[in-house]
Design a protein around this ligand. Structure first.
Ligand SMILES: NC(=O)c1ccc[n+]([C@@H]2O[C@H](COP(=O)([O-])OP(=O)(O)OC[C@H]3O[C@@H](n4cnc5c(N)ncnc54)[C@H](O)[C@@H]3O)[C@@H](O)[C@H]2O)c1
Length: 252
């Protein structure tokens, strides 16, 4: 069977762990040339080597903070010069503070908006100029089920993901004329390192959460990655401006 992303040049942010790492691994397995981005130097050096060898493709670690627009620009220009094009950007890097209203610090809200929203808008601006040169590209933003369902203790975080949903739809309409598709994936609760920190460390019963999920289990990073592979691929060439829920039927 043909690989869905054969030779596509793909950038994935927040790829050191969790959902982003899984997206990078799935993209490599589907033949993409992967630029795995994260902020902590050295954090991806080991797994990208074994991933490249296993998948027989190129996987590069790239270290920058997504809130540093100059660093992001330099990274994207370097990739563009090296590869001659950029086909896919997955905006996955994100931060969350679980805080009830009345307890949320301004700095926490600001950081969430800087990483989850402003950086995404800036990177879409940067990459769309480069994609437009080839009149082709696919951008996938990682939103969240909380954007549409709401979640107690996550109001500020949910607001950032709501912004991503709105931005995705407008950007899709605006960039369609340049051959660029923009979609979002909205995961439900996904078992990642962060998930463990947020819920399990609080002693919260996971079973109560699972009870609200019709398919009867939490999501996995692989579930989210599979949706990203599809939206990034040419199989989705007539799909843009969509918010694809990957939530076990929890959001309807
Ligand atoms: N895990 C869930 O239940 C869940 C549910 C819905 C949506 N999401 C979204 O999925 C995405 C990934 O979530 P996760 O659970 O894998 O999180 P995670 O915390 O495990 O991983 C996030 C990654 O982003 C990186 N990152 C954070 N800030 C950065 C910055 N300024 N510059 C560069 N890299 C940065 C981190 O270093 C980390 O590697 C996030 O956007 C999150 O909001 C997660």
């Amino acid at each position: 069977m043909d690989k869905l992303l054969a030779n596509k040049v793909c950038i994935i942010t927040g790829a050191a762990q969790g959902i982003g790492k899984s997206i990078a691994e799935h993209f490599a397995a589907d033949g993409a040339v992967v630029y795995a981005c994260d902020r902590q130097k050295g954090s991806m050096d080991e797994w990208v080597k074994s991933c490249a060898a296993t998948c027989n493709t190129k996987v590069f670690p790239l270290y920058f903070d997504v809130t540093d627009a100059m660093a992001a620009k330099t990274a994207f220009m370097t990739i563009f010069k090296q590869e001659g094009r950029i086909d896919v950007l997955v905006n996955n890097a994100g931060v969350i503070f679980n805080k009830k209203i009345g307890m949320i610090l301004r700095e926490e809200t600001e950081l969430m908006f800087r990483v989850n929203v402003i950086a995404v808008i800036e990177m879409v601006q940067l990459v769309s100029r480069l994609m437009a040169r080839g009149h082709s590209g696919s951008i996938v933003n990682i939103a969240s089920i909380t954007a549409v369902l709401g979640s107690p203790g996550q109001s500020a975080y949910a607001a950032t993901k709501g912004a991503i949903v709105s931005f995705t739809k407008s950007a899709a309409k605006e960039l369609a004329g340049q051959g660029i598709r923009v979609n979002a994936v909205a995961p439900g609760i996904v078992r990642t390192e962060r998930f463990a920190e947020l819920y399990e460390a609080n002693g919260e019963k996971i079973d109560t959460r699972i009870g609200r999920i019709a398919l009867g289990r939490l999501g996995t990073p692989d579930d989210v990655a599979a949706a990203c592979v599809f939206l990034a691929s040419d199989k989705a060439s007539y799909i843009s401006g969509q918010i694809l829920g990957v939530d076990g039927c929890a959001s309807i």
